[in-house]
Design a protein around this ligand. Structure first.
Ligand SMILES: N[C@@H](CCC(=O)N[C@@H](CS)C(=O)NCC(=O)O)C(=O)O
Length: 209
């Protein structure tokens, strides 16, 4: 059975781009429905009741109408799309190692690099709350530590979980390649820059909207 996929997204979001990129690399058709998170469009009673009670995008909708199912969390959605494909290694250790980088992305990378990008590029430094300003330095230090770890890892391997692209690369690519928008210079991380070029050269690659 061929499933219909719809991505509920804000096109500015790197978390949403992960799902677009997974679908593109696998040649899967993906419809989209756009929301403006700056206007609170994912916090309406309708969105919370039908799409995601957590009030956030991305959400992958599988199927249509009354049979539709909704899957929040970017990396879970990528996993669903990539199930049984070359983007998930077969080997047990390699699969767990891929998940390790996807968990790293959610805990050590995205909360620092993506959040600073959002604050600086979309909210604007002048509009940040005192609490947000107070968190900036810690996020910059933690974001640099994440980039440094990635750079050291990529010195010895072409992609995060070995010599072929996996979901680990798709999870880490979106916010890394625009990290400079959050004030993270990438010039000190040559292995990350080489990896970005490798991802961009993949057949089926699409840029972030
Ligand atoms: N862990 C989630 C993070 C989702 C998330 O933080 N989404 C943001 C945009 S990238 C959002 O919807 N923000 C709007 C809001 O919180 O109201 C994932 O990976 O999908």
């Amino acid at each position: 059975m061929v499933e219909a996929f719809t991505l509920h997204e804000d096109p500015r979001s790197g978390n949403c781009y992960k799902i677009r990129l997974t679908a593109a690399l696998l040649g899967l058709p993906l419809a989209t429905r756009a929301y403006d998170i700056m206007r609170g469009e994912t916090r309406t009673p309708e969105f919370l009741a039908r799409v995601n009670p957590n009030g956030r995008i991305p959400v992958l909708q599988i199927g249509e109408g009354s049979a539709a199912r909704f899957l929040p969390e970017s990396n879970a959605a990528c996993w669903y799309l990539a199930h049984g494909s070359v983007l998930i290694p077969q080997d047990r250790f390699a699969q767990a190692d891929m998940l390790r980088w996807m968990f790293f992305e959610q805990y050590s990378h995205e909360p620092n690099i993506a959040t600073l990008r959002f604050w600086l590029r979309f909210v604007g430094e002048a509009n940040l709350s005192a609490e947000q300003r107070g968190q900036m330095m810690a996020k910059r230090v933690a974001g640099c530590a994440a980039l440094d770890l990635m750079n050291r890892h990529l010195a010895a391997t072409a992609f995060f979980s070995g010599e072929a692209v996996t979901l680990a690369d798709i999870a880490l690519f979106p916010y890394t390649h625009v990290a400079e928008e959050g004030g993270f210079g990438l010039g000190d991380y040559p292995h990350i820059l080489a990896w970005i070029a490798r991802v961009q050269a993949l057949p089926g690659f699409i840029p972030m909207p």
